[in-house]
Design a protein around this ligand. Sequence first.
Ligand code: ATP
Ligand code: MG
Ligand code: FE
Length: 344
Amino acid sequence: PTVLGIESTCDETAAAVISGRDLASNVVASSMDEHARYGGVIPEIASRAHAEAFVPVVSKALADAGMTIDDVDAIAVSAGPGLAGCLAVGVSGAKALAVAADKPIYGINHVIGHIAVTQLQFGDFPSDALALIVSGGHTSLLHVADVARHVDVVGTTLDDAAGECFDKVARLLGFPYPGGPHIDRHARLGDPHAVRVPQGLTQGRAGHEHPYDFSFSGVKTAVARWVEGRMADGKDVPVDDVCASLAESVSTVLATKAIRGCLAEGSDTLIVGGGFSANSQLREKLIEVGARNGVEVRIPRIDLCTDNGAMVAMLGVNLVEAGIRPSAPDFPIDSSMPLTTISV
Ligand code: ATP
Ligand code: MG
Ligand code: FE
């Protein structure tokens, strides 16, 4: 099937067309430049930007694919999780297009799209794969029984997401928002063992059945204390070393727990997705730990890690192929959609 995917959960207005497993087009517009000076995404500004970008982005995605809306079999749109005003723009636009062109529409879970997109590069999921989702809002380990029908949460962060932890430390170091990519760049120049950064929750929640939970707020606090201590002593802050040490701590705990989860669940494949999977230290660590333990790690190429329309279209293709019923005409947006909801 051919599916048009539409994304508007946060600052990216994006659309893509996928036919089967072929990416026919992929268009992304971002309002991030307008938010950077505020140190975070301003929902009102982002919503307004979606309203302006929606038609041009969708039109370009169809044109780049050499298609019109008549050529697609279905429309998929992120119905959550995300900023409510942003979701409302994308979902309303997608519904209008679906009605006008008389096409089925699927309201999908953006976060599940982050893992579905790996199919473009690595093919379909093996049965019972595990998936590590690492993004600005999520850090979770999922058991994927069937990406169109059923996923279970095996572990999740008890506080901050990995991307959020990087963004907060970055702010402390004076980098503009979002700081994750800046930490990545500086970490490549530093000594990962120069600063003692604790590893968040190496074991698991005490008395909890899931040993695969994460915690990053203590990591962030420890780095903040160390940096503030240096400043109070009138010493320079070795930014590259701080970044490298933070990246080492976070990537080690993520990779170790995810691969340990694969071994425990008897899964030989780990699917990885979400904006933080663009992080070069995490990518290296996952490949290394995976290879050592005989687990194949599937990480999207960088431009498919951060928010895009292809991830939405790919999950849409899965839903059509699985014969899942399209969403009702009045389907709602859900800004805090749970990971276990794949489509609405
Ligand atoms: P969610 O997908 O959970 O709804 P989101 O869509 O806002 O959240 P994404 O766009 O998937 O999040 O990811 C954005 C996050 O990824 C930010 O926290 C950003 O700092 C982080 N990020 C992007 N590139 C890198 C990188 N190279 N290194 C570290 N972090 C990065
Ligand atoms: Mg974004
Ligand atoms: Fe995302």
